[in-house]
Design a binder for this molecule. Sequence first.
Ligand code: SAM
Length: 272
Amino acid sequence: MNNRVHQGHVARKRFGQNFLKDQYIIDSIVSAINPRKDQAIIEIGPGLGALTEPVANLVDQLTVIELDRDLAHRLARHPFLQEKLTIYQQDAMTIDFHQLSTHYDKPLRIFGNLPYNISTPLMFHLFLYADVISDMHFMLQKEVVNRLVAAPNSKTYGRLSVMAQYYCQIMPIIEVPPQAFQPAPKVDSAVVRLIPHKTLPWKVNDMTLFSQIVTQAFTQRRKTLRNSLEHHLTTEQLHSLDIDPSLRAENISLEQYAKIANWLSEQRTNIN
Ligand code: SAM
């Protein structure tokens, strides 16, 4: 059998299609999600239903978002799933999750074995809806999970770590080898749980500014803050915030980034 064909469907690389086939892994993910009736459960990228079927067995209703038209049609004709599914044949990046949550009148529980090519931008999209999400379970590249949970002073700590930890508490759940998928991806994978904070530990007043500062610092991660942030604040101003200007982006904690952004936004408010 062609290794790209699974259940009669030819996997489309451009949609990041790697279908789960390992029952032990599937069971572990479903038990980590622990879906219950009367919850607003959303799956991104249901594909051929490897996770959709066991989750649907436990609930009465499930919303799925699938970009591939053939797969969405297949799910719509599925003998037992069709009655339970609300299908959005759409790019998950274009979904307004506030609207979905209003529709259900409940916080959302979101899960998916995400297409790896869009997993990071998709998570950034979802962070904008953190206030209406109760939790998320995602299969990602293991390397992305490592970056999500990374602490300062490590090579993997970066923009994704800071932004994700701003919004969420993050827990790795299980590592998944390439053989668990058909076709097998070239990289190791891992499942992670993200729980948006009910109260943000370090509240930022101007998210755009915060995001700019973090991006700017990590775009030039080898430079010291004194240099990478020179257009925003001086060495003395960094000192006054108790931040050593000779440190690099990877040495700065989320709390310190929030402190810099809030101080800058205060300065701008005072000027205006
Ligand atoms: N959930 C299935 C499984 O575990 O076997 C399929 C996972 S596969 C890695 C990713 C799925 O996401 C595919 O079904 C693919 O068509 C779908 N997909 C890709 N890009 C998407 C997007 N932008 N929005 C929604 N679904 C997308």
